[in-house]
Design a protein around this ligand. Sequence first.
Ligand code: SAM
Length: 247
Amino acid sequence: MTVSLVGAGPGDPGLLTRRGAELLAVADVVVYDRLIARELLDLAPAGAELIDVGKGPGQSGRQAEINALLVTHGRSGRRVVRLKGGDPFVFGRGGEEAEACRSAGVEVEVVPGVSSAFAAPAAAGIPVTHRNVSTSVTVVTGHAGDPSMLGVDWEALGRLDGTLVILMGMGARAAIAERLVAAGREATVPVAVVHWGTTDRQQVVRTDLAHLADVDLPAPAAIVVGAVAGLDVTGAVDAAVGGGGDG
Ligand SMILES: C[S@@+](CC[C@H](N)C(=O)[O-])C[C@H]1O[C@@H](n2cnc3c(N)ncnc32)[C@H](O)[C@@H]1O
């Protein structure tokens, strides 16, 4: 009676952990998300039941159904892998799923994953805490509809000097840039937007805070704000918008 919450990593199937692969290889049921690499499902046994619970934007109400599904399958005694994008506990609602299972008497194992919050910048050649450039990195949600965003203190973040990584922020990027600048962050501070980082669909746009609103990339994307966003220590290919970037 164990449900394993497994981090699938940011998109490159090679970034699944070994423990995650071991659990998938013996899974009876795999309950998976929208952003996971589909190749990972091939690691499950041929007879495994594969259940797509991918939520599109605005479908967060389905979380209760997902929790109930995990409890039902967990109670049935089958080996359940809950495969979640990135790390299950980084804006993934994995904590709620674990709580739902535990309160129903179903054991939970968590297998951490490589979070896009760090992997997407890395794939664009951005070391988020590059020595002598940034001594901190803060990860926040930029999703305007996300209840947890209500708690984001953009004014305080605008006064910080370190690296800011914003997930789910493309929809609200204009407002976010405006609030950060109003709070004191310089409009010329470098910004990188990394779309589908680590995958063969990766696109990187370099700009600055003043021009973040002009970046036209769809989700999933990670927005990196701070001096490190101007770095490309691995020579990743990218494009520039407005004032920032070097092409
Ligand atoms: C619901 S959050 C889940 C985050 C996930 N738990 C993690 O640790 O990466 C989804 C958001 O993560 C970011 N994201 C996920 N995969 C990404 C990728 N490959 N490249 C850039 N951003 C990504 C995007 O901001 C996306 O909207």
